[in-house]
Design a protein around this ligand. Sequence first.
Ligand SMILES: C[S@@+](CC[C@H](N)C(=O)[O-])C[C@H]1O[C@@H](n2cnc3c(N)ncnc32)[C@H](O)[C@@H]1O
Length: 357
Amino acid sequence: MGNSFKDLNKAKANKNDEFYTRLPDIELEMKHYKDHFKDKIIFCNCDDPYESNFFKYFSMNFKYLGLKKLIATCYGTSPIVYTQLNIFGEEEVISTVREGKKAYKIEITEVEDLNEDGAIDLTDVKQLLRSKKNVLTMLEGDGDFRSEECIELLKECDIVVTNPPFSLFSAFITTVTQYEKDFIIIGNTNSLKYKEVFPLIRADKARTGYTNFNKGMFFEIPDHYETYHHIENGKKFARVASSCWITTLPVSKHTEFVSLYKKYSPDNYIKYDNYDAIDVSTYTDIPYDYDGIMGVPTTFLDKLNPEQFELLGYGGGDFAKELGIRKNHRGRTDLAYTIDGQPKCPYARILIRNKMI
Ligand SMILES: C[S@@+](CC[C@H](N)C(=O)[O-])C[C@H]1O[C@@H](n2cnc3c(N)ncnc32)[C@H](O)[C@@H]1O
């Protein structure tokens, strides 16, 4: 057994971007958005259709979800393109693709029961790809999600759904939000505090998805990756403990009110040395009667109901400067408090205020 991936930061550092999302994880999240998919154009823009379970999910459920169109573009320089993973479970030869340039797109506007077996499934998608030549076309460039032709497809779509390369996560968010597109994507808890992401959450324009982000997710990885968690049916899987879904679509858990049981007392809550706020180390300890600013762990973003709490900022880096957090004992703007005469910094905090008081 290999080592497990603690988080996607390693992927970022190693540029190991080939983490393939498992179908059950996609199904688990997507089932909540059915109403949002109807009559919509879905774009999977980091997804080789022959390898991506996002493409598999949306093509298999095309009719059930009432999609208008499904577009998937494949990045030509993907190191494993056509070599290892194959959602069709067999060697599917599309000669035009293999002989020519690698990057291509697939656009589907209907999936019928072509083999007349009474069910619409992947065999019908396969048949569609074989029989309708205009479904699969080559791209001029390499299929980079920022390329001109992919941007044209982005403009056309309604919702972007994918697991983008983590090493390009900031650029990905910037591109998708620039064209004001809805998205459901996989990121990680660390990316929530990125300058491209946090302001979206603060403005209630994006939020974490349905899958609880403390669970972590397993991803299929190419054979040549040395770091992995386990091997299943000859395939390597890596666990990313900090994976989470991020979306612009409504997520009902973020409309649920968090029950608060604790009464505020200055003896039970420590104040920061460099900012006028109290520290609450677990969200279950948020007092119901405190009307000032509170620092809570970033994991609370997965529970945040913007009707109940105002999200003011992040207690570190540039966001801390924005809030006016003063320099701490280390000369940094991270939140700090003093315990038994010793200055300390709590682990990553977001700053919130109860709007209901
Ligand atoms: C984390 S993997 C996920 C693949 C697939 N979306 C999935 O979830 O199974 C990211 C994918 O993005 C591709 N990629 C890397 N750079 C890209 C770029 N600039 N534009 C589009 N895709 C890119 C990689 O080749 C890789 O297949």
